[in-house]
Write a protein that binds this ligand. Structure first.
Ligand SMILES: [Fe+2]
Length: 217
């Protein structure tokens, strides 16, 4: 987990994160909206897992900024609907490293670096960038991985024009528990979905009109 070093004070962190999100919004509106929705979903899962306030705060900011490394990637690649070649995949898959490096360079956000770096690791060790497995992966990164995937499935993507239904998402979470996802976190997300706590459109509406300054609290 990413304990040990606290985030800097509220105002500094909120302003820095809001600025980064404004850059992201200017560059790629879809990634911006996805980032805020992922933060909202991650927060709901984190609460259900009983995370203390300090960890929840780290989780919200890391989730909101998890894809900031895409700032360093060509928009045409981010929006490509074609099947990507190996070189393009390598470039795209570098975004967790780029994002980690960006927050590492700014001390008030440095604590988020490791969490962001590992948000595409898989529980079975077949993810990237480091191929970490199980509890080697920071816990908050494992929560973001689930929230990130749920939001990706619930909305159209450049490579998949239609979203998945709640039933289809539940099926993926079940199938991937212990493979792509931490089984405990996947089960918690399934319970939230089945209990109506994660409702499409609802958590997006909570995000105050996509205003980068209105980070999820
Ligand atoms: Fe990502």
């Amino acid at each position: 987990m990413a304990q040990g070093i606290a985030l800097a004070g509220d105002i500094v962190v909120i302003r820095a994160a809001a600025l980064i999100l404004r850059f992201l919004k200017a560059k790629d509106r879809d990634t911006f909206a996805h980032s805020l929705r992922t933060a909202s979903v991650a927060k709901i899962i984190g609460r259900a897992l009983g995370l203390p306030q300090k960890e929840l705060r780290l989780l919200r900011y890391a989730a909101a900024l998890h894809d900031l490394g895409k700032l360093e990637i060509e928009p045409s690649l981010l929006k490509s609907t074609a099947l990507l070649g190996p070189e393009q995949m390598t470039t795209l898959r570098a975004h967790p490293l780029y994002g980690a490096r960006l927050v590492e360079s700014y001390p008030p956000l440095r604590t988020l670096s490791t969490i962001i770096r590992h948000h595409h690791e898989r529980f079975d060790g077949r993810g990237y960038p480091d191929g970490l497995a199980g509890e080697q992966i920071p816990f908050l990164s494992r929560i973001i991985a689930v929230a990130d995937s749920i939001d990706a499935m619930a909305h159209p993507r450049p490579y998949r024009p239609s979203s998945l239904s709640r039933q289809q998402i539940l099926k993926v979470l079940e199938q991937e528990a212990g493979c792509q996802f931490d089984p405990r976190i996947a089960r918690t997300a399934m319970e939230l979905l089945l209990g109506g706590k994660l409702v499409w459109g609802w958590h997006f509406g909570q995000i105050a009109g996509e205003n980068g300054a209105d980070l999820p609290r």
